[in-house]
Each structure stands twice: as structure tokens, then as C-alpha cells.
Ligand binder design. Structure first.
Ligand code: FES
Length: 103
């Protein structure tokens, strides 16, 4: 697998997010599912994702930090933001991120 190429929207910096309590840095200006692909290129590439709001296999629940309201979203349409925390995720994502050894 080659490095991040045209898969990712152009970015100048990485933003900090957390997935199931672990911190990661991902390219700003990209959707969360792409950010996850940045972290687990093989896993996410082989997932059964439509990338287009149809399959719902990419569902997550996130918040924006301690004490903020949780929101349900589909990660293929969720723009990453500094401090975003993924607190729940669909089984398909969990499986595709298994290389990260998340809780
Ligand atoms: S990847 Fe299918 S709805 Fe997000």
C-alpha cells in the first residue's frame, strides 16, 4: 500500500482525535471514515463501505470533548474536527480497525 495519495483531500496539518479512548492524529479537512483509513489503510479499504450514505456500516457516536453532547453520525459524511472523540462505532468499523487494538 502506498502512502496517502489522492484518497485524501489536501491537508496541511493533522488534528487530534480520540477513538474509543485512544488518541490519534489524522489529516484535517477529511471525513472521519477517510481519517480512519489513514490510520488503518488495509482494514478500511477492505471494509464493506459504500462511502455514500447508503450502507450505514460506518455509523459512529461522537462528542467534542468532556461534558459535550454525544451525536450519532455516519462517518463517511462526518468532517473531522480537533478534539473529536469517537465513543461508539458500528461493528464493521470496529472490525476494520482491528489493527489499532482498540478497547
Ligand atoms: S460508508 Fe456507507 S453510509 Fe457511510
Amino acid at each position: 500500500m502506498s502512502g496517502p495519495g489522492p484518497l485524501f483531500r489536501p491537508y496541511e496539518k493533522l488534528v487530534k482525535i480520540a477513538i474509543m479512548g485512544r488518541e490519534f492524529e489524522v489529516p484535517e479537512g477529511n471525513m472521519m471514515l477517510r481519517a480512519m483509513q489513514y490510520l488503518a489503510p488495509e482494514g478500511i479499504s477492505y471494509g464493506r463501505f459504500c462511502w455514500n450514505e447508503d450502507c450505514q456500516f460506518c455509523r459512529v457516536v461522537y462528542d467534542l470533548g468532556e461534558g459535550t453532547q454525544p451525536h450519532a453520525a455516519i462517518s463517511c459524511k462526518l468532517m473531522v474536527k480537533e478534539g473529536m472523540r469517537i465513543i461508539e462505532m458500528a461493528q464493521e468499523i470496529r472490525y476494520c480497525l482491528r489493527s489499532l487494538n482498540l478497547k
